[in-house]
Design a protein around this ligand. Structure first.
Ligand code: DGL
Length: 272
């Protein structure tokens, strides 16, 4: 008989819709699991707020999800992870998975040239990122690229057209594109505009995010702790039908929930 706990959902949170890019990978990797997604839209963006404010917002969301009852938590936000993951881990007995800019896989590609790390100002100035960049300093030239204001554009504009294009062209114009080998997307929102970034920087540059790695890591943690939901045995159908409950803070909850579902649908995932 499987443990009662295995049937609990997995909690996932972000300041907004960025974490949906992570949730899509989680659903593809763990199609038999149920999920609860929390978008803290009322307080988005996190990335330009003081560290202690983001820490307390993140701890509050984790508390909300823990009270609902979850078997694991994915902090699908690099910014929240960079300042709050230790605090959250201390409070709960369930596994807490965080996200950090995928510098390790980028360095391990062994490409020659600079690695740009696009992330929020708070992520890039955090102690966690400073230590990560210090660790890899001899293996690559790491160039932090703070993207203040980009999350707001992605949150506000459903079809990321002209505004994103203008932002990116302005962002990349002072950067010498020669000698860039890879770009790390150190914010889950930026994964949603990967195509636009490729277009702005050039198709020959490798773009890396941590979403697949996070999903694989969660699967192995749940497996090791015997927490996988093995109740359903049939093969998942395509399109994937996912069990996700959405919670959105602030105004326009329905509109934002619909937007989350549409983003998942774009990835071939239907929500029941
Ligand atoms: N998706 C969040 C991240 O990964 C965005 C942070 C924000 O709200 O500024 O960093």
């Amino acid at each position: 008989m499987q443990k009662q706990e295995t049937k609990l959902p997995i909690g996932v949170f972000d300041s907004g819709i960025g974490g949906i890019s992570v949730l899509a990978e989680l659903i593809k990797t763990l199609p038999y699991e149920e999920f609860v997604y929390y978008a803290d839209a009322l307080h988005a963006p996190y990335g330009n707020k003081p560290e202690d404010v983001v820490r307390s917002l993140s701890v509050n969301v984790a508390e909300f999800l823990a009270l609902i009852g979850i078997k694991s938590l994915v902090v699908a936000c690099n910014t929240a992870t960079s300042v709050a993951i230790n605090e959250i881990r201390k409070k709960y007995h369930f596994p807490v998975i965080g996200m950090e800019p995928a510098l390790k896989p980028a360095v391990e590609l062994g490409l020659t040239g600079k690695i740009l790390v696009m992330a929020t100002p708070l992520t890039l100035k955090s102690k966690k990122f400073t230590e990560l960049a210090y660790h890899y300093r001899h293996r690559a030239e790491i160039v932090p690229v703070p993207c203040d204001g980009l999350v707001e554009i992605i949150e506000r504009n459903h079809s990321w057209g002209q505004k994103v294009k203008e932002y990116l062209s302005h962002l990349f114009s002072p950067i010498n594109k020669v000698g860039i080998s890879a770009i790390v997307l150190g914010c889950t929102h930026y994964v949603l505009i990967k195509q636009e970034i490729l277009h702005a920087i050039g198709d020959n540059i490798t773009i890396i995010d941590g979403n697949c790695g996070t999903a694989r890591h969660l699967r192995s943690v749940l497996q090791n702790k015997c927490l996988l939901n093995s109740a359903i045995a049939e093969k998942p159908h395509i399109p994937l039908k996912a069990q996700v409950r959405f919670y959105v803070s602030g105004a326009e909850r329905e509109k934002r929930t619909t937007q989350c579902k549409q983003l998942l649908q774009h990835e071939g995932i239907l929500c029941e």
